[in-house]
Ligand binder design. Structure first.
Ligand SMILES: Cc1cc2nc3c(=O)[nH]c(=O)nc-3n(C[C@H](O)[C@H](O)[C@H](O)COP(=O)(O)OP(=O)(O)OC[C@H]3O[C@@H](n4cnc5c(N)ncnc54)[C@H](O)[C@@H]3O)c2cc1C
Length: 436
């Protein structure tokens, strides 16, 4: 696995917490969501401490493709159907505002920010894209329907959002982190009210924001039923064209592309973590077919939390946990939705209303088809006979032959071949070496 973004960068260092500190707000987790929350709070004059279990940016954020757009698949027609036009408009405006806020921040944080239109295409389903363009225009943004793209093959239809962007996520994250009050290698083991405990210290806070990618408290909020993880595979090619935009296939688990300097990044092969799927073979086959003279320089896989209904969970963690907030379920669009989360949560912890909050409330109805898929997967997995079980909630682990890891199909925790933890929500290693 060779990630592009951390290459050649020197990460800033932050101390490990030893002893006790007090703060108005504690942010737990130093990925894009946590760093943006801490930055927003600091700018609002609110004292804030961020505790990161390992190194900042070392989780999912290092494997993103960092496209900054409010065009999230063909989501808007679904949001209108599910929640109505008003909430869909809030989602759209929250993400458009997030792109603008990232543009402003990039003026003082060097991060190779570039304006690029984003494009969503379909090879066969022109009406889907026509409907999406029309829906988005009805919500107030001038999305354009077209059949012309810079791809080396014809498409049935495409929707283009002007004024969107892309950046270098780790340059941005490291730059944004400078000047924040951060502890690294400070894994929060428990939360008692709003006091957090790590191996060597304690943080007393008035409010807590949990941005641990997969929320780490199981006892509240039912996030273990409301989220699964989707794995996706990215390659970066030399000697391939610059497409002039970021671009994605609207088909389920379709290909997505962006350029970075002399490289063309191609992603795809998605599947639910722990289940079989296309993997690296999918972007590699696409590259061989359309860019036969290109050479692969980097390849990595990564995963993100997927919510039940296409919108993330941003707001109060659960009714039984006062003063605790969450941002998760970014559905592989966590660059802009993290930025939106920072604005929403900075308002909520200050007792202010936020205009976008109603579109993201974590306690909205969970009654969706995906809930039953998640429940079915978990039930089936629990009765699977194996001794190789996840240290999170005891689900049966599945061997991932492509990446040589043990993966949980229920919640997406991953372990190396010796059981060492790679990805959460599990918080410790699993025993995988003996037995069936
Ligand atoms: C292949 C791929 C491509 C993507 N491309 C895009 C894109 O182009 N545009 C876009 O908008 N989005 C994209 N995304 C989504 C985006 O990358 C993610 O949504 C985002 O990076 C998630 O950030 P995060 O802060 O929630 O998680 P993370 O970056 O994982 O941060 C969470 C942090 O919490 C820490 N942590 C966990 N538990 C604890 C604890 N108990 N105590 C202390 N710390 C803890 C972890 O160590 C980690 O550093 C993509 C996702 C994938 C998988």
């Amino acid at each position: 696995m060779d990630f592009l973004w951390p290459k050649g960068l020197t990460p800033p260092n932050f101390p490990t917490l030893r002893g006790e500190v007090e703060t108005e707000v504690l942010v737990i987790g130093g990925g894009m969501a946590g760093i943006l929350c801490a930055l927003q709070l600091q700018e609002a004059g609110i004292s804030c401490v961020l505790a990161e279990g390992k190194r900042i940016g070392g989780g999912i954020t290092k494997g993103t493709t960092a496209v900054l757009t409010a065009q999230h698949d063909t989501l808007y027609q679904d949001l209108v159907k599910r929640f109505g036009a008003e909430k869909a408009r809030l989602y759209l405006n929250a993400n458009l505002q997030a792109v603008e806020r990232l543009r402003t921040l990039s003026q003082r944080i060097p991060c190779d920010f570039e304006e690029r239109p984003s494009v969503m295409y379909s090879l066969r389903d022109r009406p889907l894209l026509e409907r999406e363009a029309e829906t988005v225009r009805s919500l107030g943004f001038e999305a354009e329907f077209t059949t012309e793209t810079s791809l080396p093959f014809p498409v049935a239809g495409a929707v283009r959002y002007p004024g969107m962007a892309q950046f270098h996520p780790m340059k941005f994250l490291y730059g944004a982190a400078r000047g924040l009050h951060i502890y690294e290698n400070t894994f929060i083991q428990t939360l008692d009210g709003t006091t957090a405990y790590s191996e060597h210290g304690r943080i007393r806070a008035q409010k807590v924001i949990i941005t641990t990618h997969y929320p780490f408290l199981n006892s509240r909020g039912l996030y273990f039923m409301k989220l699964y993880q989707q794995r996706s595979y990215v390659i970066a090619l030399e000697n391939a064209p610059d497409l002039g935009c970021t671009i994605e296939d609207a088909a389920e688990n379709g290909i997505y592309l962006r350029n970075y300097q002399g490289l063309l990044l191609i992603g795809g092969g998605d599947h639910r973590t722990g289940k079989p799927g296309g993997g690296f073979a999918v972007p590699r086959a696409f590259a061989r077919r359309y860019f036969p003279n290109a050479k692969e320089k980097y390849a990595w896989a990564n995963q993100d939390c997927v919510s039940l209904d296409g919108a993330p969970y941003i707001g109060a963690y659960s009714a039984g946990l006062p003063n605790v907030y969450v941002a998760s379920g970014f559905n592989l669009w966590g660059m802009t939705t993290s930025m939106a989360a920072a604005g929403i949560l900075a308002d909520l912890v200050s007792g202010r209303k936020n205009p976008f909050a109603p579109a993201f409330r974590p306690n909205r109805s969970a009654l969706t088809g995906q809930l039953f898929v998640n429940m079915g997967t978990t039930l089936l997995d629990f009765v699977t006979p194996t001794t190789k079980r996840c240290s999170h909630l005891g689900c049966a682990l599945k061997w991932n032959p492509e990446e040589h890891s043990w993966d949980c199909p229920c919640h997406g925790s991953r372990f190396d071949e010796h059981g060492k933890l790679i990805d959460n929500p599990a918080g410790k290693d699993s025993h995988v070496e003996a037995g069936l």
